[in-house]
Design a protein around this ligand. Structure first.
Ligand code: DGY
Length: 325
């Protein structure tokens, strides 16, 4: 039996490419050639090689037009990400194509990234690093770069799924008080004392630091807008490691410029890799290049999880464990 053809849109960790090449007729993109940025090109290559599966990644444009242009040979699109906002799931379902993601395995790493940004924003670490690198540091001074401590602060987690819950566990160790806003209240064993706010205004008015973990897509677009920012206490901090589109960038720039929001930390951007110009001119913001899941352990786990999904459909003819609808 010939091995099923698997089209990989992106360069993946060595162990993942080796497993793919062992079990499939794998068409690798080991140079990370940016053809993956073009949905028509993804569909063209899938047709050219007769792909049975496509292994894509966050941000690859697999919207309705790309999904509809995929050849009939494609039975599964497995994404190397937990986020699925780049995939037209209804269009895939209508064509009988399974879509699967990689939940769970990146929760800790992404929470770590949110925590990193929280510390960078609260303790002005980015400003300090830039000062040292610019050779502008003249020595320790009692009032230099004073930030705020996390201890005792009220952390508000918007979107209390796996990543938000990991962040809550880390924040408890810093003696923070945890609040959350979610579609629905979670079970007490997951809540672990965190305070649920059904109402966004009530939530945003209660907290000192907001960490965003809500999924991307039209329904959550610009969720954090000027009005919601105005509900936050003066001197609050905003962190986003979810999806860039959930924040209204000009509104956040204004709130940071006037000091209503003390500091921010972003890992994700609307239309990334482009970044809203206003952020570059601000000192009180830490900007990371979408590093949320970027640990060796996590990226390997994500690759194995994506291949597990592909194997289920293409090698065993069963349901993908992480099939999404
Ligand atoms: C995801 O998995 O959705 C991240 O954004 C990329 O790690």
């Amino acid at each position: 039996m010939p091995k099923p053809v698997l089209l990989l849109t992106r360069k993946l960790p060595d162990a993942i490419e080796a497993r793919a090449a062992r079990d499939y007729d794998a068409r690798l993109n080991s140079s990370d050639d940016p053809w993956f940025k073009d949905g028509a090109e993804i569909a063209r290559r899938a047709a050219e090689c007769g792909a049975a599966g496509v292994l894509c990644a966050a941000g690859d444009p697999l919207g309705a037009a790309t999904i509809e242009a995929l050849p009939p040979s494609v039975r599964i699109v497995a994404t190397f990400s937990v986020g699925t906002d780049h995939l037209a799931i209804p269009a895939a379902t209508a064509r009988g194509i399974t879509v699967a993601n990689t939940p769970g395995v990146l929760s800790f790493a992404t929470a770590e990234c949110a925590f990193t940004l929280m510390l960078m924003a609260a303790r002005r670490a980015g400003e300090g690093e830039r000062m040292v690198r610019a050779r502008a540091w003249t020595g320790w001074a009692p009032t230099q770069l004073m930030g705020v401590t996390l201890e005792g602060k009220k952390l508000g987690i918007a979107g209390y799924g796996r990543i938000g819950q990991e962040l809550a566990a880390m924040a408890r160790a810093m003696r923070m008080e945890i609040h959350y806003h979610n579609r629905s209240r979670v079970a007490p064993e997951l809540e672990q004392g965190a305070i649920f706010h059904a109402d966004a205004r009530d939530f945003l008015g209660a907290i000192d630091i907001l960490s965003m973990h809500i999924p991307g897509g039209e329904a959550t677009r610009k969720w954090l807008n000027a009005e919601k920012l105005s509900w936050m206490k003066p001197g609050s901090i905003v962190i986003n490691t979810g999806r860039g589109g959930t924040v209204d960038d000009p509104a956040l720039v204004t709130a940071l410029s006037c000091g209503h929001i003390r500091a921010a930390g972003l890992d994700v951007y609307d239309g990334e890799p482009a970044i809203h110009e206003g952020y570059y001119g601000l000192e009180n913001i830490a900007l990371l290049p979408h590093l949320g899941s970027a640990t060796e352990e996590t990226r390997n786990a994500m690759g194995h999880r994506a291949l597990d999904n592909l194997d289920a459909v293409l090698l065993r003819g069963t349901v993908a464990p992480d099939a999404v609808r």
